[in-house]
Design a protein. Structure first.
Length: 118
């Protein structure tokens, strides 16, 4: 594109527009503004009971918790993993899904493998 200019790690565009959302500010003219609920599936996580045997498995499915967001965007592995049985308490999140943790501070990430989340 001719109207792009790289500034540090951010791209600057020649034309911007007001999205009519107070807290966003101006956005590049060609951007579409849509609510996440119309373009994504929003799920919250869960915690399989630790008191029930078989919910966790060291070779199981990555179980993503806020402490797994360690300043990397991609979440490859987790400290705890859940079993297929434990998956009955949570949704399976597909690989390459966007993650947003809103516990404590806001953190973002991307799943590399199918995963589950708190």
């Amino acid at each position: 594109m001719k109207d792009l200019k790289q500034i540090g790690q951010y791209t600057s565009y020649s034309k911007y527009k007001d999205p009519r959302i107070d807290w966003i500010g101006e956005v590049p003219e060609h951007w579409e503004i849509r609510k996440l609920k119309y373009i994504s599936k929003i799920v919250t996580g869960g915690t399989p009971p630790k008191s029930e045997a078989g919910n966790y498995d060291e070779n199981g499915i990555p179980w993503i918790k806020p402490d797994n967001f360690d300043f990397k965007v991609e979440t490859y592995d987790t400290k705890e993993k859940i079993s297929t049985k434990g998956l009955s308490y949570v949704d399976l999140i597909p690989a390459n899904s966007s993650l947003v943790a809103c516990i404590g501070s806001i953190k973002v990430g991307v799943t590399i493998h199918p995963s589950a989340s708190v």
